[in-house]
Write a protein that binds this ligand. Structure first.
Ligand code: UDP
Length: 257
């Protein structure tokens, strides 16, 4: 593998971070590995890394264009993207529009129930503890982020939600919920909170708007089959299937009614 020459900084469940070509940059490599239920279920989804690299590039670029700062710089090849090195805030931010997953289970709300308004939840990023849910109180008391950081994170998360909900609805997909991570970017004495990690069917719930068919990692979590096909369909609707997979005459996103 060409990547083995570079110094590895970190290996996670679905991605590897390598040293970047210049200070303050990293290379984010997307693997085909998939885990669920805090890594108790493991598997591979052939081609997932390639698709998530593309999907995340597309969504992060669109978000950059509307003024949401992100760590994304540019895609380098099929599985790698250049990103800015940030100090990751150890909080997973979940935004929900429709009841599903842990919310349905914990509160007994039937999956698929539209929520009266978007709900934002925070989880402490700690695999050993199984990413427990925490409140703003915990986050500030333990110094994981300041009140100002949380304000910025909440504002950005809601903007991302509004933008992505519209973008996905335009291609016939409901954005049920998703998880975001943020980091601190330091540039000459200034600190900015920026969106980090990835946005892909690995960390979003995406349902076909017409049939409610799942087009995300729940297909893997729940052994529904056709996982790769679902990720591919998301990429196809976004108009970004990687070379060699897209029909030659494919031009761009298709608007659905
Ligand atoms: N999620 C994630 N990583 C996690 C936990 C959740 O990306 O460690 C995403 C998940 O894909 C879903 C949303 O966050 O889109 C809400 O997940 P939920 O809390 O319902 O947890 P789950 O049902 O996945 O245990």
């Amino acid at each position: 593998m060409a990547t083995s020459r570079r110094r590895q900084i970190y290996e996670g469940k679905a991605k590897i971070l390598f040293e970047g070509p210049e200070p303050g940059t990293l290379i984010q490599y997307f693997k085909d590995d998939a885990t669920a239920f805090n890594a108790q279920k493991r598997g591979t989804i052939t081609g997932k890394g390639v698709l998530n690299n593309r999907i995340s590039e597309y969504l992060m670029t669109k978000l950059n264009e509307i003024g949401v700062p992100t760590h994304f710089v540019r895609r380098l090849n099929m599985r790698e993207q250049l990103i800015r090195e940030v100090e990751i805030i150890p909080i997973e931010v979940v935004v929900r529009n429709i009841a599903a997953g842990s919310l349905s289970k914990r509160l007994g709300i039937e999956e698929g129930t539209p929520l009266p308004r978007s709900i934002v939840e925070y989880y402490y990023k700690n695999d050993k503890l199984g990413d427990p849910m925490v409140s703003e109180e915990h986050i500030t008391a333990f110094g994981w982020a300041t009140t100002q950081d949380i304000d910025d994170i909440l504002q950005l998360s809601l903007r991302v939600n509004d933008f992505l909900s519209g973008l996905f609805l335009g291609i016939g997909i409901k954005l049920v919920d998703f998880k975001l991570e943020f980091g601190r970017l330091y540039t000459n004495d200034e600190m900015r909170i920026v969106l980090a990690d990835e946005i892909s069917p690995d960390n979003c719930r995406l349902w076909d708007a017409r049939t409610n068919e799942k087009m995300d990692k729940d297909r893997f979590r729940q052994d529904l089959g056709k996982v790769e096909e679902a990720y591919q369909e998301v990429a196809r609707r976004l108009g970004i299937l990687p070379e060699g997979v897209a029909p030659a005459d494919f031009k761009g996103p298709r608007t659905m009614q």
